[in-house]
Design a protein around this ligand. Structure first.
Ligand code: SF4
Ligand code: SF4
Length: 356
């Protein structure tokens, strides 16, 4: 007989690191365009699988010596290879027992509304930057949203529906959202990526996470963000499954720029003279903090800097390491990651910075 525990065991045996079960009613109040219940209206359960990011994948960024492994393995590898293979195995197991399994891998941004702004429109996806640059040569831009999409009938949401992965993981009882807006779990802190299964199998949901608060509100993520993208004062609060979830207000467009191109002091791949040459033009965002980050500023920055560190993995080459490294460091000292490793992630007081 299929049970929650037998599914969990199949998922863990297939390579997931965590597996949680959620009640779909916990999405009550989600905006229609991001409500996962529209994907499979007869679903009775949502299952979240989490895949750990090995701490060592960030080592090169932490040392300032190797930047390829994190975006290629921890983004591309998990999203494109490891997680889909496990989803496939668990999906087969569920369907072998007579229930349907809608396996849902990380989709990137292809929804009616932008995952950057929550608005309809034609914004760009990180992994589509290269395609965008190629196509704009022929005047056909590539977009973050599918802006001409429409519901196939009045009672449905427009395709392709995307939901908020981190909140869905919280709804499956795996953890909390930290001040940095990252998903934190007791097992891995901020170091995991997630994928989902919707099924009509009736499965008892796991309780919402109810242990020690995982986020220590230490604000290390705020301090170590090279772009100042996370607010220290302003927060966003929402309700998931009766629990209030709060995180620091994040400037997503600014993060979009800085996590790939973190500026003069944190990006060893860009010659100093390039920053100088464009400081009043396309790279003005690095020079003048009052410049508002917009999609247009992203394009400005990418059009100048992309040639110095192009995306070889199909994903933007995340280089900042700021909020995740800061959080791992703090949680190893004061939180859920304490004592997990024989040696601490960070031994020096501060991360490196280029003196220029
Ligand atoms: S760095 Fe501190 S404040 Fe930020 S998410 Fe981690 S524990 Fe929370
Ligand atoms: S990913 Fe980097 S740029 Fe974005 S908020 Fe975190 S530290 Fe800042």
């Amino acid at each position: 007989m299929i049970t929650k525990e037998s599914i969990r065991q199949v998922a863990l045996n297939a390579g997931a690191d965590l597996c949680g079960f959620g009640d779909l009613n916990r999405f009550e109040g989600a905006p229609k365009d991001m409500d996962p219940r529209y994907v499979f209206p007869d679903a009775k359960s949502i299952i979240c699988l989490a895949f750990r990011i090995p701490r060592g994948v960030q080592r090169g960024i932490e040392e300032g010596t190797q930047f390829y492994q994190y975006p290629s393995l921890a983004y591309g590898g998990i999203n494109e290879t490891f997680a889909p293979a496990v989803l496939y195995e668990v999906g087969k197991y569920i369907e072998d027992h007579g229930y349907e399994a809608v396996i849902y891998r990380n989709t990137g941004a292809r929804g009616k509304v932008s995952d950057m702004t929550g608005e309809e429109g034609n914004t760009l996806s990180p992994e589509e930057q290269i395609i965008h640059h190629e196509r704009t040569k022929n005047k056909t831009a590539h977009h973050r949203t599918v802006q001409f999409t429409r519901p196939v009938s009045e009672d449905k949401a427009a395709p392709d529906l995307q939901f908020h992965f981190r909140l869905a993981a919280v709804a499956c009882g795996l953890g909390e959202i930290g001040w940095s807006k990252m998903l934190l779990t007791p097992e891995f802190g901020p170091m995991q990526r997630v994928a989902f299964i919707f099924t009509d199998a009736p499965l008892e949901p796991d309780p919402m996470y109810n242990g020690e608060p995982l986020c220590k509100k230490c604000m290390a993520c705020v301090r170590e963000c090279p772009g100042g993208c996370i607010s220290k004062e302003e927060s966003i609060k929402i309700n998931v499954g009766g629990k209030t979830i709060e995180w620091g207000k994040l400037d997503e467009w600014r993060c979009y720029i800085y996590y790939t191109y973190p500026g003069k002091k944190h990006d060893p791949f860009i010659p100093t003279e390039v920053f100088e040459e464009h400081k009043d033009g396309k790279l003005r965002i690095y020079e003048y903090p009052e410049v508002k980050a917009t999609e247009n500023e992203v394009l400005n920055v990418y059009s100048v800097l992309d040639q110095y560190f192009p995306s070889w993995t199909g994903y933007n080459m995340a280089k900042c390491g700021g909020c995740i490294g800061a959080c791992v460091n703090m949680l190893e000292k004061t939180g859920c990651l304490k004592g997990r490793f024989k040696e601490p992630f960070r031994t020096g007081k501060q991360r490196w910075k280029i003196d220029r």
